[in-house]
Ligand binder design. Sequence first.
Ligand SMILES: Cc1ncc(COP(=O)(O)O)c(C=O)c1O
Length: 470
Amino acid sequence: MSRLESHLADFSIRGLDLIDPEVLTQAARALMTTERENIAAFDEKRLTEIIDLYVRTGIQVHSPGYMGRQFSGVVPLAGVIDFVSSVVNQPSSFYEAGQLPSVAERLMAEELNRFIGWEAESFAMVTTSGGSLANLTALLAARNKMFPDFWSGGSPVSDGQPRPAVAVGADVHYSISRAAGILGIGEAQIVRLPLNEAQQIAIDQVGPTLEEAERRGLKVFCLVASAGTTSVGAFDPLDELGDLAREKGIWLHVDGAHGASLLVSDRLRGKLKGIEKADSLAWDAHKMMFVPAPCTLLFYRNGQDSLGAFQQRASYVFDEEPDRYTELDSGGVNFECTKRPMIMPLWTLWSVYGRALFAEKIEYLCDLTEEIHRIVLDEPDFESVHQPEANIMCFRYRPADIRDEDVHRVQVAIRNRIKIQGNFFISKVNIDGVAALRVVMMNHEITAEHFRMLLGEIRRIGRDLLDGGK
Ligand SMILES: Cc1ncc(COP(=O)(O)O)c(C=O)c1O
């Protein structure tokens, strides 16, 4: 505890202490007891060294130097409850194994659904170990609804019937293509919807693209929209997509892994205008709700739909005679059998501090991102790639003397050098085939001043690269 206390009190600017895996393996091996026959005597020094090594080798998510990924600088109290979960070990797929977690899921679902706006009596929520699994689960439910025989009979392809397909924004997270593979849909049946300038699904092209897919013998059962794309944080036009999906009888799944949290802010909720028209929504609390990973909530507008994702019988867990104690069991509607009581840190923070804690942090991070975007626009040797919509921003180092053919290579090299230098941690993404530097504002210790320091470091590295350093 005292080690963690000093870790959290350290606000110095740092990214990642990247260590050669062989060197780290050696260091870790040296911490393993050589005692083979008997239980080794407890060695406090060894334990302290393991904790220190663990803390030191992580991306420093609480430091102002951390600007690179979407996992949170966790609110420390959430970590305390996660620690309690690890000690009491109450897996949460079945009420009898995790009573409070099961009730907390129900309460948290009610709280968050107030911002989605679905009928309190008919919506459902399931927690899943990550957004990827939530996306897979929602696609399964959607597929089984339109193709009820697929689960037992397999793909209808051989019957010469229309082939099941999903339509997605061209910039959708890779977990969706992966889900299509797992579902037996096949990559070739993923219909990619073109994007507009703001990297959102271009609404005027959705209808024609779906009609073209139909002519090719595809039956689109699910349209996946993003509320905060991974690369630039773009929000698809949910309101219009909701109308279109309903008109065509297609399930609308919203991947809000990153951006659904904006719903809790009165000021930012409008980014998800029309969310109530969706059939399902994936929401990662381990991103912008500042709790430890994983903690994902998968919402269904119609709770009955959640029952369609899986169809197993197992008398050792699924009770044949349900009673009031099995009502909250979620084992039948989530993939996991043993599942972490992941709701506990979120529900506890919500219970102790209330909604405003989340709203204020989210608003701060989105405002900060707007501010750093203005900074980039003012710097003649930097290029803005998009107008940020949330807390993700992509940009390039692009001084007047850089040749077009070098732009990609230089961004990649800058990102790698920054990672190795370890003062800051940022990421990189290709936009229209050319690399861009990507920052994600995930902890409220970061200020615009820290971003200016990052730009200084990028400029120094970039100049060195262009002047022949490499
Ligand atoms: C838009 C989006 N969807 C899904 C995911 C996958 O979520 P997870 O990492 O929780 O599996 C991510 C992760 O970054 C994401 O940004």
